[in-house]
Design a protein around this ligand. Structure first.
Ligand code: ATP
Ligand code: MG
Length: 257
């Protein structure tokens, strides 16, 4: 990993970029995972590379959904394992959710590499390893349909930090409540999910851990109120409005960049 000067304006972003490249050589991340991250980062500029207020709200709603779920499952792909291994494992622990590795590109050794990262991060139970015969979700033709019968197949709420639109649609068709984390509010995933958190997973997952710890002991009536008060369409519109105002402000005050 090359040395990145701390005062570089994009030091953090460069750090994560190199992490992804390192993890690619370890087979955790695929070349298309690198492209996906780049697409996400482009949208992060439009948010000022910060967690915006509507996304904070969506996180609370997401935690509320997950707290009320009978069987919450987190779908883990290579980028998630590479970028936020410790905090995703911690979030699953706080919310009593299962972790299921769910990847599109099945290179030999890849599942093992992702498993090893999650275990190092403290995961005790990992699903999707192929140790029992997988099951198929209906209405999907690629290997994206293959899921663990103990995990996503029987889940009621699925958290998909970074997911492709095809799979999100299938999860919805299979009656799962889908919570997406996606920097692009216009992606099919963001548009189709039941709750979309428009934020970088690098900021989002640690914040969700804090929110989950704070909300865990709330009475279920209060948690239900948070769920009922959340409006997905309105929240996505609020994200777009934030971006419009942010860009407008940059035009009027170019020095505020
Ligand atoms: P869709 O299939 O939903 O229309 P897409 O084809 O544009 O989306 P994919 O490559 O299928 O994109 O999925 C990756 C998604 O993950 C992108 O929408 C991208 O914005 C998002 N993304 C990538 N990196 C991050 C990150 N670090 N944090 C949050 N979102 C991210
Ligand atoms: Mg896609």
């Amino acid at each position: 990993t090359p040395n990145i000067p701390n005062d570089h304006p994009r030091a953090e972003s460069l750090h994560y970029r190199h992490t992804l490249v390192d993890r690619m050589f370890e087979k955790v991340v695929t070349p298309s995972g690198l492209c996906a991250h780049g697409r996400g980062e482009a949208f992060d500029y439009l948010l000022g590379e910060q967690t915006i207020p509507p996304s904070e709200k969506a996180m609370e709603a997401a935690v509320a959904y997950l707290l009320l779920a009978k069987h919450p499952v987190f779908s883990i792909n290579g980028n998630v394992a590479a970028l936020v291994p410790e905090s995703i494992v911690e979030l699953a622990e706080v919310l009593e959710a299962d972790l299921e590795i769910n990847i599109f590109y099945q290179a030999p050794g890849r599942i093992e590499a992702i498993t090893s990262i999650l275990k190092k991060a403290g995961a005790k139970k990992i699903l999707g390893l192929g140790d029992i015969p997988p099951t198929s979700l209906s209405n999907i033709s690629s290997n994206r349909r293959i899921v663990d019968p103990r995990g996503i197949f029987s889940a009621d709420v699925v958290l998909v930090p970074l997911e492709d639109g095809d799979r999100t649609e299938v999860l919805i068709e299979n009656d799962k409540k889908v919570i997406a984390i996606d920097l692009n509010p216009l992606s099919r995933t963001a548009q189709k999910a039941n709750i979309t958190i428009v934020d970088n997973i690098i900021r989002c997952i640690p914040k969700m851990v804090k929110i989950a710890r704070r909300m865990k002991n709330l009475e279920s009536e209060k948690i239900k109120v948070i769920v009922n008060n959340f409006n997905q369409k309105k929240n996505l519109d609020d994200c777009l409005e934030y971006i419009i105002n942010f860009l407008q402000n940059l035009m009027e005050n170019p020095d505020s960049k």
